[in-house]
Design a protein around this ligand. Structure first.
Ligand SMILES: Cc1ncc(COP(=O)(O)O)c(C=O)c1O
Length: 271
């Protein structure tokens, strides 16, 4: 840039974006002729199913699709999400009130902090994790409290290790199972402990469910919303990116409780 303009403070304080850094190192290694197996960004290298591509081609020629949808997303898409949750997880969602479409789940994940984190608020984030959780906090002046994912805890965060004064200041708790990058999975028992914690400390649980369709040998990962009490404390983010090899299409959704008074109550931390 030839003109001297200072970057915003929040940009200066950001840690390097992990995936950009991995990409830089990858390109550098490739240029040295190294034969790489890419374990970086979760970007399926097999094509989108042809039925999806055919629907896109058909849809692209219809003028009804050439205009903005409503801000909450196209009704047909939200209905399809609700049907899928019902069939896949036996979770009932009102498509008009409990589903919003996203330009990839990353859009919703990043904006969660915009909606709920004020300067100084604490966000509970696993380490390691998909970096957008803690970057969202940093962009909004919040403080990340990292919960190490350890082998001895089956790569689940140890909620009992969080000091009470930190938990009391926390607004959001990010969880992600099946987990990127550890591939660990969570069961109902873990989710029940998460719900107890959320109720005790008035914390919103944000479950990133992007990988629920990556289950093998007959194992079917759960939605957080399947668990009793989850809807009262949490929101779930999901995506077509990994399930249908559609990372270049960027279509995602946020689902859960539309009861904003409940969420507002959670945002008012007890003094
Ligand atoms: C754990 C996790 N959540 C969310 C995303 C974002 O996916 P989307 O393409 O829906 O924005 C990714 C992408 O790598 C991811 O690994």
């Amino acid at each position: 840039m030839s003109i001297a303009i200072k970057k915003a403070q929040r940009i200066k304080e950001l840690p390097p974006y992990l995936f950009a850094e991995i990409d830089r190192r990858k390109r550098e290694a490739l240029s040295r002729g190294v034969d790489l197996i890419d374990l970086g960004i979760g970007d399926p290298d097999i094509p989108t199913p042809s039925a999806v591509v055919e629907k896109l081609l058909e849809g692209a020629s219809k003028p009804v699709n050439h205009r903005y949808p409503s801000s909450a997303g196209m009704g047909e898409f939200r209905q399809a999400v609700s049907n899928w949750y019902q069939n896949r997880f036996n979770v009932k969602l009102d498509p008009a009130k409990e589903v919003v479409s996203l330009i990839g789940s990353k859009e919703g994940i990043g904006n969660m902090a915009v909606a709920f984190v004020d300067p100084g608020d604490v966000v509970l984030v696993s380490s390691p994790c998909y970096p957008v959780y803690h970057i969202g906090t940093a962009f909004n002046g919040g403080k990340n409290y990292f919960l190490p994912l350890k082998k001895e805890n089956h790569f689940l965060p140890d909620l009992d290790s969080i000091p009470a004064d930190v938990a009391k200041q926390a607004k959001l708790l990010w969880i992600n199972y099946p987990n990127n990058p550890t591939a660990a999975v969570a069961d109902e028992d873990f989710y029940l402990r998460v719900i107890d914690f959320a109720n005790k400390f008035n914390v919103i649980v944000c479950h990133d469910a992007a990988y629920t369709e990556m289950g093998y040998d007959g194992y079917r990962p759960m939605s957080f919303l399947e668990v009793d009490g989850a809807r009262e404390v949490g929101i779930e983010f999901h995506s077509l990116s990994k399930t249908f090899n559609m990372t270049g299409w960027r279509i995602g959704m946020a689902v859960g409780n539309s009861d904003t008074p409940e969420y507002s109550r959670r945002c008012k931390k007890p003094a």
